[in-house]
Design a protein around this ligand. Sequence first.
Ligand code: UDP
Ligand code: LCN
Length: 756
Amino acid sequence: MAGRGLPRSQSICEPFVMTRSTHPDDLRAFLLRVEAKGKGVLQRRQIHAEFEAIPEESREKLRDVAFGEVLKSTQEAIVSPPWVALAVRLKPGVVEYIRVNVRALALEQLEVAEYLYFKEELADGSLTPDFGPFPDDFGRPTLSRSIGNGVEHIYRSLSDKLFRDKESWYPLLEFLQGHSYKGKKMMMNARIQNVFSLRQDLKKAVEYLVQLAPETPHSEFEYKLQEFGLERGWGDTAVQVFDMIDDLLNLLEAPNPGSLERFLGRIPMVFDVVVVSPHGYFAQDNVLGSPDTGGQVVYILDQVRALETEMLRRITQQGLDITPRILIITRLLPDAVGTTCGQSREKVLGTKHSYIIRIPFMDEKRIVREWISRFKVWPYLERFAKDVEKEVIATLQRKPDLIIGNNSDGNIVASLLARTLGVTQFAIAHDLEKTKYPESDLYWKKFEEKYHFSCQFAADLVSMNHADVIIASTFQEIAGSEDTVGHYESHMNFTLPGLYRVIHGINVFDPRFNVVSPGADKGIYFPYTDQERRLKSFHHEIEELLFSNVENKEHLYVLIDKNKPIIFTMARLDRVKNLTGLVEWYGKNARLRELANLVVVGGDRRRDSKDLEEQAEMKKMYELIGKYKLNGKFRWISFQMDRVRNGELYRYICDMKGVFVQPAIYEAFGLTVVEAMACGLPTFATCNGGPAEIIVHGKSGFLINPYHGDQAAELLVEFFEKCQTDQSHWENISKGAMQRIEEKYTWQRYSERLLN
Ligand code: UDP
Ligand code: LCN
């Protein structure tokens, strides 16, 4: 744990002062190395590299004293000779700051604002908005392990409140009496006057219900229940209604978090949902792998199917005849030929009542016809939100019950809508950009022309603070790990010198943070061992894709030895996905090249890319293939949009005892990791981000460090060599992977938790 030897009560100055008196020379030797890097920022791994470069003897001494603990927890160093400032992360969400005059070894403890100010001197001055984030309605947990379990915390505090203070029942009573859908009353009517009469009426209802046959339909006793003050919504049969009333009676007797969750979870509240995801190509076919079009689209479509199923189940179970509706709102792209992105309305396949609604971006005069990168959508969003509002109200003829934003652009539009409509808002980040681009805050000006992070980070802060619930896929996304800062955590404080400084951006301990992990569509990503369901009709096409000697725009370079296992990877050709990194690791390791072939699916050579990162990665890929003479052992396939066939592709690679590698510099969650594992393909994935939580190293896959590609390549060599002598090794990891996904990453679990 970060801060292992550093109790929270102890200032981080103390270990420093102690070390200064016992080992001043060694301490100075290290700090001088850091200072010698010159004015700038050093990230954790660079600080450690400097530490590794001082003589062994000094290292030993410093490791053994308390300063070793400070060093382990240091996330960032700011160098401005003769000063070096350190950000020391005691635990996720808790950071302290010091600065040291390297020559005099003089020390100062800094406030956040002072640290940011010091950092800004590297660039230039700044304004200071302070959000004073997240009103503290329910109190906040303080233990790191509570982060991401906000709902549990809220149930605990609420049930505590209901237990101690009888007045607290009134808002719930009021809510149940006022609850309606399109003017039709639900749950309770005005006959119930107060909490006392509620208890009496519920008991009378129970006495009546026990006389009925359990499966008696609600319609047969609806009028009788109304006499007790109970409207529709308690259940569709006598036994269901009885159960829910019993839950409420127990709750009135002795409120506890479990029964509160069960009771509130059963109240039908969500009928119309709006999901906002403006950028990219949002469609059901022919889009995956295009720039800005990846897991978010897959996630939303699977999410909507799972949500609709769960909403229908709950509505029926509660005895209502309401049709739930889910609208996915995205931008209309008239120029996206060959896709449905130009259609204004499209039914979501596999659903009964869910639609994609497309609304164009407008500039002053006209519809914006062409695709634009997610980094450039900002000027269009306010107008878009207004147009969306009109369309949503016209379609639903009422306000939605819930608005779910996706990504920075979708979340800010969701906040605008939720504010004007007065509706609950959920935010899902998928992939916050800030941690992916090192120093994108401090040196924002350098990034501005291409990336416009000034707009994005401001939008993120506003929507994070506006949302009622923030859904994260993993704990890591919120609060990182021992060694890495979480995606959200990096928004606690930061500075964009000359523009604004954020001192209290968010609070990762806030109960609005909830981890709800997605899954993989079980109809597509099922185990390779499930022979009955295998899609053998695709095998001919898959073999053509992998092994044909034809080189064209879809597949380039050939595999000579077709019997070797395949190292497979598939992702958008973004810099952060690091597909070129994997090609380089493979190119450099002769033994790995002997043991396995490499197949990369990514990028599109069938048409010219308008995405700058994709263009640069493509160029790099060609250079590496030439440099390491990979033709013969390497196949490069353009992105593959047929998800169903891709599912069989993962399984085909299982048949060949291959592996999947996800080499990203950083991956927020990593749906390909879950897909590959669900199919049974042993997976080696980046240790930075979500995969570190999905995979249990050595049991259900392996974690690799993208900054140490040579070690990752060695791990692959070790794996293939072990598999040659012990065939059960591949099978054990494969089984571990399938089991892990089945236990933790399913859409059914996701939708139940989300609706609760
Ligand atoms: N994908 C695909 N074809 C490609 C590349 C990606 O079908 O050529 C799919 C992949 O199967 C996964 C999604 O796109 O479902 C990528 O999601 P992930 O979370 O791995 O990464 P993202 O692109 O969202 O960053
Ligand atoms: C975006 C990403 O970059 C991935 O890591 C996620 O898996 C995907 O969205 C779905 O949330």
